[in-house]
Structures are given as structure tokens and as C-alpha cells.
Design a protein around this ligand. Structure first.
Ligand code: CO8
Length: 263
């Protein structure tokens, strides 16, 4: 199909099976406007259904992952218009419609909606100098795209309260220490090299297993432990019905490299 061009995104396939989406609205530090989110949802949908893509990287520039929802767009909104038009609801489509792993690579600012967008991804890698925060309190409002829920699950209630009630920023180094980010790197270049390696590794596995793994881990955020363990066991049992489970275990027994049917 003809390549699609975007106004606020760059899209590439930097490694086999890896789709990279780079937020590119440099004049506004990648502030997340409705047109940007519409493009993001559209490209994530097409990467998610692409037969050749196994993992997705979402990143920004060295200066900003995203400095928040677009404050200038939000300033004039009324309760009635926000409520009746379900403002922001589509921003979390990526958590419900994208079944392949999304890795956030965060350098620079990840504030407000930018921090929430990173938290919606399946894992975060960042630079130690990245700047995270939920500063909505300073604008007279509260996080609106899941920040109060996902940050609290990541760092615990007391620290989340402190961050959300003060609006204080935290560094990439702290994000790693507190478990918000899986890893932090000294430079943007090291960050990108590492996130590409991880995404390529994920994309080299069976898609069936990868998508099931994402699904069961994410269930841990929604379900009580007993229900989650039961859910996991059901999915595990169901994978005995997949070709790739047979291929993977046979290859192990024969000391061969598995050739996945659904890669
Ligand atoms: N919205 C709109 N424009 C922005 C935003 C934003 N969030 N952030 C930066 N910009 C614009 C600035 O207005 C400026 O534009 P201009 O040149 O036309 O004046 C340009 O980007 C560059 O910014 P600065 O000159 O301010 O750059 P500095 O390096 O001096 O400062 C900061 C960088 C500290 C990041 C600063 O820009 C800042 O504080 N930005 C706002 C951060 C913030 O409060 N974010 C939270 C927004 S509220 C929110 O996200 C609610 C979430 C609701 C749900 C979202 C769903 C995903």
C-alpha cells in the first residue's frame, strides 16, 4: 500500500519486525492534541494488525517524549462539551485495541498526559535525566488519562499521593528505582540502542506467545490475584493448541532453533 504521511508522527521499521512511532510536534514539545492522538491511534492500529510487525516502539525527541495534553486546546473546554464528546477517552485506545507490545522510550519531558501515555505502554525505558511528572494540580485539575491509577499501581499510594498532590517532577533515575521504568540509560543514544534490541528480541518470538504474554501480564493490573492466576492458567492451557507451542518444545528437545509459524 502507498506510504501514509503524518503531520505529527514519523513511522519507520528500524529493525525487522519492529515498528517505531516517533512523536514529532517539536514546536509544542510534542503536546498531545486531538489531531495528534487521532494519527497515533490510526498508526498503532495499522502496526498492530500488520502481519510483519511483532513489537512497537513509541518515542519522542531527545528533548521531549510529550509535555502533556495540549493545554491551549483544553483551556476553553467546558464540562458539558468534555463530557458529551468523551474528551480524552480515545487517548487510551492503545491500551484496549493494540495487542502487540508497545515499548515507550522516554527522553526529556514526560509530563501530565505525556507521563500517562508512557504509563499506558507495556514497558518504559528512559534516560536517567528524563523528567516525569503529573503537574495537573498546578493547572487546577487532576490527571485525566489514567495517571492517578497507573502511577499509583507502579509506585504505591504514598508516593503517588506526594507526586500528584505536589505536581513535583521526578527523574528517569527515580523512575527506574521506583519501578515506573524497567531501565534507565545515561544517554538518548544508549536508550534507543537498547529499546531497539529489546523490541527486536520480542519480535523474534512467536506472535501468539508474545500477545498472550502481554495479555496475561496486563490482567494482573485489573484482576484480584486468584482470578489473575486462574486467567493465566486458562491462557497457558489454551496455548497447547497453538502450532508454535509444539514447534518451540520440539525444537528444545531436538536442540534446534525454533522456526515459528507465527512470527
Ligand atoms: N500544551 C501546549 N503547549 C505546550 C505544552 C502543553 N502541554 N507544553 C509545552 N508547550 C509549548 C509551549 O507553550 C511553548 O510554545 P510557544 O513557543 O508557542 O510559547 C513550546 O511548547 C515550548 O515550551 P516552553 O517554552 O515552555 O519550553 P521550556 O523548555 O521553557 O519548558 C516545560 C518546558 C517545563 C515542559 C514547559 O513547557 C511546561 O511546563 N509545559 C507544560 C507541562 C504541563 O503542565 N503538562 C501537563 C498538561 S495537563 C495534562 O496533560 C492533563 C492530562 C489530561 C489527559 C491527557 C491524556 C493523554
Amino acid at each position: 500500500s502507498a506510504p501514509t504521511t503524518y503531520s505529527y508522527l514519523e513511522v519507520s521499521e528500524p529493525r525487522p519486525g519492529v515498528g517505531q512511532v516517533t512523536l514529532s510536534r517539536p514546536k509544542a514539545l510534542n503536546a498531545l492534541s486531538t489531531p495528534l492522538i487521532t494519527e497515533l491511534n490510526s498508526v498503532l492500529q495499522s502496526l498492530s494488525t500488520s502481519p510483519t510487525i511483532g513489537a512497537i516502539i513509541l518515542t519522542g525527541s531527545p528533548k521531549a517524549f510529550a509535555a502533556g495534553a495540549d493545554i491551549k486546546e483544553m483551556a476553553p473546554l467546558t464540562f458539558s462539551s468534555a463530557y458529551t464528546n468523551s474528551f480524552i477517552e480515545s487517548w487510551s485506545d492503545l491500551t484496549t485495541t493494540v495487542k502487540k507490545p508497545i515499548l515507550a522510550a522516554v527522553s526529556g519531558y514526560a509530563l501530565g498526559g505525556g507521563c500517562e501515555l508512557a504509563l499506558m505502554c507495556d514497558l518504559i525505558y528512559c534516560t536517567t535525566g528524563a523528567t516525569f511528572g503529573q503537574p495537573e494540580i498546578k493547572l487546577g485539575t487532576v490527571p485525566g488519562a489514567g495517571g492517578s491509577q497507573r502511577l499509583t499501581r507502579a509506585v504505591g499510594k504514598s508516593k503517588a499521593m506526594e507526586l500528584i498532590l505536589t505536581g513535583k517532577f521526578f527523574s528517569g533515575e527515580e523512575a527506574e528505582k521506583w519501578g515506573v521504568a524497567a531501565r534507565a540509560f545515561a544517554t538518548h543514544e544508549e536508550l534507543m540502542a537498547s529499546v531497539l534490541d529489546t523490541a527486536e528480541t520480542i519480535a523474534s518470538y512467536s506472535k501468539v506467545a508474545v500477545m498472550a504474554a502481554k495479555e496475561v501480564v496486563n490482567k494482573s493490573q485489573d484482576l484480584a490475584l486468584r482470578d489473575g492466576v486462574e486467567y493465566e492458567r486458562r491462557v497457558f492451557h489454551s496455548l497447547f493448541g497453538s502450532e508454535d507451542q509444539k514447534i518451540g518444545m520440539k525444537a528444545f528437545a531436538e536442540k534446534q532453533k525454533p522456526e515459528w509459524k507465527h512470527k
